[in-house]
Design a protein around this ligand. Structure first.
Ligand code: URA
Length: 201
């Protein structure tokens, strides 16, 4: 299936709105540093959608998600199941970089999440792989799963069925790739959890 012009147009509208999101508490930080918002990247027809937390410095400088050290871990994991970036879609809940890479705040998540909601509706993935606890909790809550109250250490690597507006979707909570940067055991866990995605390749 090729991306329809409608999908491209809807994604472009999201981009335009985020670019002009002057009410964001992160807008001033973005413009005063000449940063870009990071909307997302990949196939609009992806079966697998990855959702991280928020852009870091490399991402804000380039406008591309997961293009720094965490991105290299993500690429390694994708390669382990013979997937390349072009065939998946990668985005974040919060589309602008929080200062000093601090955790995204509740008001920021609430402001940016409706854009993510629209992106999910456009792509209509078979599986949503959350990267880190913020996107895990938001996605499971969004789709009314009781599991949102559980810890990522309990849920990682599990396929959790949920129902979205367009149909049934699987959610797989994964640890954030940054966690694998300095810990070999976390990297092995991420690698093992990624193998579950093979059935969607
Ligand atoms: N961490 C994230 O959560 N997202 C990115 O795009 C980069 C690092």
């Amino acid at each position: 299936m090729t991306a329809t012009p409608e999908k491209t147009e809807k994604m472009r509208a999201i981009k335009d709105e985020v670019v002009n999101l002057t009410e964001s508490p992160l807008y001033e930080y973005r413009t005063s540093n000449s940063y870009f918002p990071v909307i997302g990247e990949g196939s609009h027809d992806a079966r697998i959608m990855f959702i991280g937390e928020a852009p870091g410095e490399n991402e804000a400088k380039t406008g591309r998600p997961f293009c720094g050290a965490s991105g290299r871990v993500l690429d390694e994991m994708l390669a382990s199941i013979d997937l390349d970036r072009k065939s998946v879609y990668v985005t974040n809940i919060v589309k602008d970089r929080p200062p000093k890479n601090r955790d995204p705040q509740r008001d920021e998540i609430d402001l940016y999440a409706p854009f993510l909601d629209r992106q999910i509706d456009i792509i209509q993935p078979d599986v949503i792989a959350t990267l880190g606890r913020f996107s895990m909790v938001w996605i499971l809550d969004r789709f009314g799963s009781e599991k949102s109250k559980q810890k990522i250490s309990q849920l990682h690597g599990q396929l959790i069925p949920v129902t979205a507006g367009f149909g049934d979707v699987m959610v797989i909570p994964l640890f954030h790739p940054a966690a694998a940067l300095y810990r070999a055991d976390q990297k092995q866990t991420l690698f093992d959890d990624f193998q579950v995605l093979k059935e969607f390749v």
